[in-house]
Design a protein around this ligand. Structure first.
Ligand code: SAM
Length: 305
C-alpha cells in the first residue's frame, strides 16, 4: 500500500471541510455518475440519461416495445439523481405517474447548462411523451421555476433515506449505492418504500473513483478507521464489495432477478493486493474482488406485506 503521509494528511483535512460544509464540498467536487462534468455537452448528458433508462429496462428484461406498458402509472423512487433528474423526467415522459428523487445533498440545479440538457431531453421525445414531460414542470416554458410535485418530488434528506411506506412500484439508482454512508439503512428504506411485488434495480460502480495509487484495488488496503478519518464526510466510495450486497439481499428475503458484474479487473491485480487487504475485504472471494461494478435487481415478495 502506497498512500504517502502527505496524501493521508490532505485527505484528513479535506474530510473536515466536507464535514462542516457538506453540500458545498459535493458541489465543488462536481460529483455525477457521468465522470468529468466539464467536458460534457448538454446533448451528451441527455444521451447519458436516455441510456440509463435503456439499461434499467434491459436489466429487467423489458423490451423497448414493452416500455410504455411497463411504466404506465408506476410510482418510482430514484436514489441520488445527481444535479439533473434526467432519468425521472424521461420515466414520466414514457408513462410513469410520479418519480420521487431522494438525495443526501441538494445537488439538483435547474440553471444554465442544465436548462439546455432539459431542452435536449425534450427533443428526444414523441409529441405525447413531450406532453407528459412538460407536466413535470410548474411552467414548462420556464423549467427553472421548479417541478410539479405531482410528477417529480425531490426529497433532500441528510440521512439519504426517503421515509416512504408501501408507495413505490420501482426503486432504482445508478452510481449511488457505492456512496451511501449506511448501506443497510438505505436497503431497509427501499424495502419499506416498495409495495409488495415492486421491483428494484441498481447499477453499482465499485471502482476507486480516483482514490487508488497504483493498483486500482489498492484503495481497499487502508484499515476502516483510517478510511473513515480520511473520507467519512465526503460521499466517496464506502468500499463495500459485492459480498456485502449479497448478505443484505439474503437478509431482506427478496427474490433476486439479476446480480451480475458490469466489467472485471484482471485476476493478477487481486493476487497482488490480497496480502494487504483491510479486514472487511479479506473474506471476499477472488472472483468477486475482480468486479469493477455490477447490476442488482430484485423483487419484494408478497409476504413482506
Ligand atoms: C455519483 S452521483 C450519481 C448521480 C446520478 N445517479 C448519475 O448517474 O449521474 C451520486 C449521487 O448519490 C447521492 N448520494 C450520496 N449518498 C446518498 C445517500 N445516502 N442517499 C441518497 N443519495 C445519496 C449524491 O448526492 C449524488 O447525487
Amino acid at each position: 500500500m502506497t498512500y504517502s503521509l502527505t496524501m493521508i494528511l490532505k485527505a484528513i483535512a479535506s474530510n473536515q471541510v466536507a464535514r462542516f460544509a457538506p453540500s458545498q464540498y459535493v458541489k465543488l467536487t462536481g460529483q455525477t455518475g457521468r465522470g468529468d462534468s466539464t467536458k460534457e455537452t448538454p446533448a451528451d448528458i441527455a444521451q447519458y440519461f436516455r441510456q440509463c433508462v435503456i439499461d434499467y429496462l434491459d436489466t429487467l428484461g423489458i423490451p423497448p416495445s414493452g416500455r410504455a406498458d411497463f411504466l404506465q402509472d408506476k410510482v418510482v423512487l430514484e436514489y441520488g439523481p445527481g444535479d439533473i433528474p434526467g432519468v425521472a423526467l424521461l420515466l414520466v415522459a414514457y408513462g410513469a405517474r410520479k418519480v420521487y428523487c431522494v438525495d443526501r445533498f441538494p445537488l439538483v440545479s435547474i440553471a444554465s447548462k442544465n436548462i439546455s440538457v432539459i431542452h435536449e431531453l425534450a427533443n428526444m421525445l414523441s409529441a405525447s411523451e413531450r406532453q407528459r414531460f412538460n407536466q413535470c414542470f410548474k411552467n414548462p416554458q420556464a423549467p427553472e421555476v421548479g417541478f410539479n410535485t405531482e410528477c417529480i418530488e425531490y426529497l433532500v434528506r441528510p440521512s439519504g433515506v426517503s421515509g416512504l411506506q408501501d408507495e413505490v412500484d420501482i426503486a432504482l439508482s445508478r452510481a449511488v449505492l457505492e456512496h451511501v454512508n449506511d448501506l443497510d439503512a438505505t436497503f431497509e428504506d427501499m424495502l419499506q418504500a416498495m409495495k409488495p411485488g415492486a421491483i428494484s434495480v441498481h447499477q453499482v460502480d465499485l471502482r476507486s473513483h480516483g482514490l487508488h495509487v497504483s493498483n486500482p484495488l489498492d484503495f481497499l488496503a487502508p484499515p476502516t478507521w483510517l478510511w473513515q478519518l480520511m473520507h467519512s464526510h465526503k460521499g466517496v466510495p464506502n468500499r463495500w464489495r459485492a459480498d456485502r450486497y449479497e448478505q443484505i439481499i439474503r437478509r431482506l428475503g427478496v427474490e433476486l432477478i439479476a446480480f451480475k458484474p458490469t466489467t472485471v479487473f484482471d485476476q493478477s491485480l487481486v493476487t497482488t493486493i490480497r496480502p494487504v487487504l483491510a479486514t472487511p475485504f479479506r473474506q471476499v472471494g477472488n472472483e468477486q474482488l475482480t468486479w469493477q461494478g455490477f447490476w442488482l435487481a430484485f423483487r419484494k415478495v408478497n409476504s413482506h406485506a
